[in-house]
Ligand binder design. Structure first.
Ligand code: ADP
Ligand code: MG
Length: 401
């Protein structure tokens, strides 16, 4: 798909978009609508909606069946136009352009953009959809279902595919900026796809002493790395690696490991797990905008391995988690190095998820799942906050996580 082909124009060629069409007579409008088709943008009526599977910040997502083939399923993500007075939202354009660039086994595949017919009843405003290959599950949905049990080899396969996807997008100079379990899709055959490039952007490595000034209001709070929370605007791929670490821990804990309610609280939870932020462990942290203005816990020891070992058990797994959840983004492990970690090259080796998933015929999505167990998470945090707390025993892990 070429970029121009999917750029939907919502006004006649050569006229300003949106508002001008409101002054056209009905007959003119009708003629214009008929004359002006979107040659590379099919009508959404070629698909039949089956179920709503997602409700994100930026719109609804539906499972739909392609009418022609009758058994091909797609996911249709509605482009939210409510706040758009003029034309097509720039955020959606950005997402589309990035998705067009990224073609990889472990990245969700954008098939096309389609739109509803402009009619009187919709005020001649089409609704646009991003159409993706359908994936049966998202990781948040799978993790919230206690009947879904991942073996160590299966967890390795999930993480290997996730890191493969990240390696690919980072090599293509794209930051995801919204890593979390709900944005990780898994097909019924066990193929993992990174999804939701709604916050993604291209990055560059600034020359000389120049610095990037990206927004730091990205990434869902619970998965947000310490550099963003401290106001860094010159960040890069390590922001996604932190998210990968949070997701990896969640493969065992079954719930997000640090659920702060505010940015300040998130920072506190991070230092309780990863230790105090000092220039010793993180040279340059003192230069970050918020380092001096927010109150940060002092004299906290790093306890990543100690606290996660009872859940993770596997020493290689603990070591990789420790390297992903590294405070200093410069020292945080990158996707390439992580893929070479012994975790992936020792027994049990990564193993296919298809067989385990074949026992689960129902799709599992965060949107359709029970709200995750926040009360029990609170117990966990209380434990995490207590110096000498004992980890829950096995039975409790089973029930709680
Ligand atoms: N290709 C897909 N196949 C199946 N489900 C999907 C697909 N794309 C998105 N979803 C579901 O819809 C949810 C929201 O989509 P997402 O792209 O993350 O949008 P938002 O920006 O609204 O979070 C996802 O968490 C996932 O559950
Ligand atoms: Mg999402």
């Amino acid at each position: 798909m070429q970029q121009q082909q999917i750029m939907p124009r919502v006004g006649p060629p050569g006229t300003p978009t949106g508002s001008s069409s409101r002054t056209m007579s009905f007959v003119d409008k009708q003629k214009y609508i008929e004359d002006y088709d979107f040659p590379y943008c099919d009508e959404s009526s070629k698909y039949e909606k089956v179920a709503k599977i997602g409700q994100g910040t930026f719109g609804e997502v539906f499972k739909a069946r392609e009418k022609k083939s009758n058994n091909k399923f797609v996911a249709m993500k509605k482009v939210l136009m409510d706040n758009e007075k003029e034309g097509f939202p720039i955020t959606a354009l950005r997402e589309i352009r990035i998705l067009q660039l990224l073609k990889h086994e472990n990245v969700v595949n954008l098939i096309e953009i389609c739109r509803t017919k402009a009619t009187v009843s919709n005020g001649y405003r089409s609704t646009f959809y991003l159409v993706f290959d359908f994936c049966e599950h998202d990781l948040a949905g799978l993790l919230s279902n206690m009947n879904v049990k991942f073996s160590l080899g299966e967890i390795k396969k999930v993480m290997q595919q996730l890191l493969n996807g990240l390696y690919y997008i980072h090599s293509n100079k794209i930051l995801h900026r919204d890593m979390k379990a709900a944005n990780v899709l898994i097909t019924k055959h066990g193929v993992l796809k990174l999804a939701d490039f709604g916050l993604a952007r291209a990055f560059s490595i600034p020359k000389n002493d120049a610095k990037n000034r990206y927004t730091n209001r990205v990434v869902t709070l619970w998965y947000r790395p310490p550099e963003l929370l401290l106001g860094d605007r010159n960040y890069g791929p390590p922001v996604d690696m932190w998210g990968a670490g949070c997701i990896m821990a969640e493969m065992w804990t079954r719930s997000p490991i640090m659920q702060g309610n505010t940015e300040q609280q998130q920072l506190i939870l991070i230092s309780q797990l990863c230790g105090s932020f000092t220039p010793d462990v993180w040279p340059g942290v003192e230069k970050l905008e918020l380092y001096k203005t927010v109150e940060l816990p002092k004299n906290q020891n790093r306890r990543v391995k100690e606290r996660l070992r009872p859940y993770v058990k596997d020493p290689y797994g603990c070591d990789l988690l420790d390297k992903l959840l590294t405070l200093d983004p410069k020292k945080r492990i990158d996707a390439d190095t992580a893929l070479n970690h012994d975790f992936f090259w020792t027994d049990p080796m990564p193993c296919d998820l298809g067989k385990m998933l074949s026992h689960h015929l129902q799709s599992m999505f965060e949107y359709l799942a029970q709200p995750r167990r926040t009360n029990q998470m609170r117990n966990y945090h209380q434990q995490m906050a207590t110096m000498n707390s004992k980890p829950p025993d096995n039975t409790m892990i089973d029930r709680v996580w």
